[in-house]
Design a protein around this ligand. Structure first.
Ligand SMILES: Nc1nc2c(c(=O)[nH]1)N[C@H]1C(S)=C(S)[C@@H](COP(=O)(O)O)O[C@H]1N2
Ligand SMILES: [Mo]
Length: 531
């Protein structure tokens, strides 16, 4: 009896909760849009989803990160952003429902969430207190919108006196407010977009206007035979638009070349340097072909690319600053590069000064570095994985020791030193591909930067190794293409590949994961041959 009565007493309740949930989502949208707008005045990294995403990336254990990369590949950033969006939507709905019950508590939850974003934002590298502003103002906006909407949702319908439809809400009144909130969010988001593009205009113009001087030391032309032009195999020179991208940046830093500065300082630096781009470019430029590979690349994976780099010899610049390598009594054995987004990458000083073409690169395949690949200046050190050598959006070079300082990835269970391991990859046929019986071109690439590739072998169904034909070598710092012509018989077959570098070392078949210093094992593909 009593139960029936209470059930009946509040028929408007589910409706109000639904409106509460909608209010929460609309409030979150408005808050995000406003925060985005505020971030254009601070810096893009201070926008709440970006800040939280960055904080998550920095705190993700290596194992989980590897899993995410395996699942989502280079879409891992999109997946992260969608994940944060989903979590935010859940909290927004919760705040909306709570506000229906208890308006102050619901609005407080919305504001508190803004504060959480603010904490994430100021915890980011290179952040100042201003980074808190977008999230805080977003949180307050969300709280205010939530307050207004939920108050409307709780207001009884003027035409429904309590007796007729107790608790019925004024849906029309709520609807008008909801549409207004949505319009406000859309307008704000649009303004944020336009202002964002405006803020990047300086950087975009500085790149468009940058004319790279010709190299004082040009690279010889890429040998004609380097590219075997096998359909399905990676091109010898990777076009910039196809070049893999691996970094922690949720928004690509857009650095204005006109205000860019590089500082060189630290242990054993007798003449600290601060250079702008014009000054850097007065030094002789060297052109050099080198393949860049990522330590996170699984056996057979896609995180390898080959480009013609243009840059200043890092060793010359360090000598100018008075630095000597450890082998000549230098005090520092680690060069820590720091980027504008706070990434730190530690490289052995000995490696950058041992005569290899370690560059402060400004050009990639005949154009200024693309923003994604580190404009205006990045490091390139042949023979070392990117995470210990290839700092993008470079801002600072500090000389120190491996004992005194651990760089970003080292603090996340990756090795301090990581020379590239000899690897080879089958590009064609693809795994699980169906091919017609008869002659099949099995082809791919092999790399052992700074040692060079001497031989590539292929075997079928664990049979004897057969030597593949190599594309012509373009120095020892680039990958080599290879091809092997297979007389394929009908049935299922497994193809495997292994490389031998020019020191005579044969690529190991022992399987190891990417953590801590690069995957090993032979790449295998399984194909179905039609009779
Ligand atoms: N600033 C910055 N530089 C960075 C990284 C990064 O996350 N931030 N990632 C490094 C890693 S792990 C690799 S493999 C290379 C990849 O360079 P690419 O994106 O130009 O291919 O950049 C390196 N330089
Ligand atoms: Mo990497």
């Amino acid at each position: 009896m009593i139960r029936a009565k209470t059930g009946r007493a509040d028929p408007g309740r589910p409706g109000r909760y639904a409106l509460g949930a909608v209010s929460g989502l609309l409030a979150a949208l408005a808050g995000l849009a406003l925060a985005q707008l505020a971030a254009t005045a601070v810096r893009p990294e201070a926008a709440p989803v970006t800040a939280v995403g960055g904080a998550v990336v920095d705190r993700t254990p290596a194992a989980l990160k590897e899993w995410a990369i395996r699942q989502f590949g280079t879409d891992d950033k999109l997946a992260l952003t969608l994940g944060i969006g989903a979590a935010l939507a859940a909290v927004a709905i919760a705040a909306g429902l709570l506000a229906v019950r208890h308006l102050p508590a619901g609005t407080a939850l919305a504001a508190a969430f803004g504060a959480l974003g603010a904490v994430a934002a100021i915890s980011r590298p290179e952040a100042t207190w201003k980074d808190a502003l977008p999230s805080l103002s977003g949180g307050l906006t969300a709280a205010a919108i939530l307050y207004v909407l939920v108050r409307a949702a709780r207001r009884p319908h003027p035409q429904s006196p309590g007796a007729a439809a107790p608790g019925a809400v004024d849906r029309r009144g709520f609807g008008r407010l909801a549409v207004a909130a949505l319009a406000l969010s859309a307008g704000t988001a649009y303004a944020a977009r336009r202002l964002g593009a405006f803020g990047d205009a300086g950087a975009t113009a500085s790149r468009a206007g940058l004319v790279l001087p010709p190299p004082a030391v040009p690279a010889p032309p890429v040998p004609a035979g380097s590219d075997l032009r096998i359909p399905g195999a990676a091109r010898f020179v990777t076009p910039n638009r196809d070049f893999y991208r691996v970094d922690t940046a949720l928004v690509v830093p857009r650095v204005d070349a006109d205000t860019w500065r590089l500082r060189v300082y630290g242990d054993g630096v007798s003449r600290p340097l601060t250079l702008d781009l014009r000054e850097l470019l007065t030094r002789p430029l060297v052109e050099h072909d080198a393949t860049l590979t990522c330590v996170s690349n699984e056996v057979g994976g896609p995180y390898a690319g080959n480009a013609r780099w243009l840059g200043v010899r890092l060793a010359d610049l360090l000598r100018e600053a008075g630095v000597r390598p450890p082998s000549q009594g230098g005090r520092a054995d680690q060069l820590v590069a720091r980027s504008v987004d706070g990434m730190t990458i530690g490289t052995p000083v000995e490696a950058v000064m041992d005569g290899r073409e370690a560059l402060l690169a400004v050009g990639m395949n005949g154009e200024p570095l693309p923003f994604r690949h580190g404009f205006p200046v990045r490091m390139i050190v042949p023979g070392l994985y990117g995470y210990v050598s290839a700092c993008k959006w470079l801002r600072e070079l500090r000389l120190t020791t491996f004992t005194a300082y651990d760089a970003y990835w080292v603090r996340r269970s990756w090795a301090r030193r990581a020379p590239v391991k000899t690897q080879s990859r089958i590009d064609t046929p693809r795994s699980f591909a169906g091919v017609a019986a008869g002659r099949v071109a099995v082809a791919g690439v092999a790399w052992a930067q700074h040692r060079g590739i001497a031989r590539v072998e292929v075997r079928v169904d664990a049979g004897p190794w057969r030597e593949a034909r190599l594309g012509e070598a373009d120095g020892d710092d680039t990958w080599r293409q290879w091809v092997w012509l297979w007389e394929a018989a009908a049935g299922g077959h497994t193809l495997e590949v292994r490389a031998t570098d020019r020191t005579g070392a044969v690529q190991t078949g022992d399987r190891a994961g990417t953590v801590p210093d690069g995957a090993t094992g032979w790449h295998a593909v399984t194909v179905r041959v039609r009779g």
